[in-house]
Write a protein that binds this ligand. Structure first.
Ligand code: NAD
Ligand code: MG
Length: 382
């Protein structure tokens, strides 16, 4: 039985990973949360991992109390996450953290020779070049969990990248697909948090509404599959049934289809290269009846082009864009900036950044840190 550690087990991807564990049977060695002590304790009592990590040390006593006498090691902070990714018994790390905090655990897991089921797209946006180079050096597999990349990965089985002419990422278009510029001026965090097709964590749901999520995914696809940005396209497909497509030089196109349920790509990443039965609802094409496609509205949703610009320029610029986005999204959720100010802040930070080419980890983390501080100062006006 495969032995796994789940980073971010209390989140949307984390809890669905545990659903897949229930269905397919894996041994859970480690679980982590940022601050949700109750849920982490509940999961620990059910799965009996060897260790659990709470990122935020404030509630550590509470967690220790809840797990007293269970023979489960309780740790906190980045140190704890790094202990998990270095654990000798774990075969596969599921990285379901949100944000660039996932970079170090991913790199460390690769260096300790562990395959990674990667949901945390910010890792590849921030440090894609380093991560892919280390993965090649240590011969570890990066198994994409993000539905689009999982679809591309499936379509590419038995194929060679040199035969690919284009990757086509599908996007739902988010909750504001039909909105005008005027409508967008009024939108609230509550409206932005209502995704039409997927039930996800808060940050990615806002990213889906701004189209930054698709921008991050373009960069993620570039690093995962080694395709240049001129050959990665985005098409809006509101039903979210086709999860992405690969076009080959001979004009054939392969795609992966399914209901929008993240347990499908999570399971594929966990059981790869095998496939196992599950009891998930099946896609009924007649019920879906129509699959439609549109151009993304790039003028209304500038984040998509910002990501292409950051990806093409490379170096530390994608890390800076990602960090500015993380802060801007948090500020929008707190009601401190409007929806349409999100791309404005990101643009201003990107314009002020002196890009470093081929950065090492320290330079990337410094750029990320600079961008967070600058965005914070700009929003708070101090
Ligand atoms: P989420 O917010 O629901 O969960 C995030 C998890 O990470 C939680 O367990 C939380 O406790 C932990 N966490 C948050 N901040 C942390 C920090 N600073 N340090 C340590 N742990 C922290 O997020 P999610 O929707 O599950 O998304 C996780 C990742 O997967 C993101 O990168 C997202 O873009 C990607 N993704 C999610 C979905 C989805 O359907 N939810 C789909 C595709 C890709
Ligand atoms: Mg996705």
């Amino acid at each position: 039985m495969k032995k796994i550690g789940i980073l971010g087990s209390t989140g949307s991807i984390g809890t669905q990973t545990l659903d897949v564990v229930d269905e397919c049977g894996f041994e859970v060695i480690a679980l982590t949360a940022n601050s949700r002590v109750d849920l982490l304790a509940e999961q620990a009592l059910k799965y009996h991992p060897e260790l659990v990590v709470l990122m935020n040390p404030d509630s550590l006593d509470e967690l220790e109390y809840k797990l007293k006498g269970q023979n489960i090691k309780v740790l906190s902070g980045m140190e704890g996450l790094l202990q998990i990714v270095n654990h000798p018994e774990i075969d596969l790390i599921v990285n379901a953290l949100v944000g660039a905090v996932g970079v170090r655990p991913t790199l460390e897991a690769i260096r300790s020779g562990k395959d990674i089921a990667l949901a945390n797209k910010e890792t590849l946006v921030t440090a894609g070049e380093l991560v892919m180079a280390e993965a090649a050096k240590h011969e570890v597999q990066i198994l994409p969990v993000d539905s689009e990349h999982n679809a591309l990965f499936q379509a590419l089985q038995g194929e060679e990248v040199k035969w690919v002419s284009r990757l086509i990422l599908t996007a739902s278009g988010g909750p504001f697909r039909r909105y005008t510029a005027e409508d967008l001026e009024q939108v609230t965090p509550t409206q932005a948090l209502k995704h039409p097709n997927w039930d996800m964590g808060g940050k990615i749901t806002i990213d889906s509404a701004t189209l930054m999520n698709k921008g991050l995914e373009v960069i993620e696809a570039h690093w995962l599959f080694g395709i240049d940005y001129d050959h990665i396209d985005v098409v809006v497909h509101p039903q979210s049934i086709i999860h992405s497509l690969v076009e080959f030089h001979d004009s054939s196109i392969l795609a992966e289809l399914g209901l929008p349920d993240m347990r499908i790509p999570i399971q594929y990443a966990l059981t790869y290269p095998e496939r196992e039965k599950n009891r998930l609802e099946r896609l009924d094409l007649v019920k879906v009846a129509q699959l439609t496609f549109e151009e993304p509205k790039k003028e209304l949703f500038p984040c998509l082009d910002l990501a292409y610009r950051a990806g093409r320029r490379g170096g530390t610029l994608p890390a800076v864009m990602n960090a500015a986005n993380e802060v801007a999204v948090a500020k929008f959720m707190q009601g401190k900036i409007t929806f349409q100010e999100i791309p404005d802040y990101i643009t201003r930070i990107m314009n002020r950044h002196q890009v470093i080419d081929s950065p090492d980890l320290e330079e990337i983390l410094a750029a990320d840190n600079w961008a967070r501080g600058e965005t914070e100062r700009m929003v708070e006006g101090c």
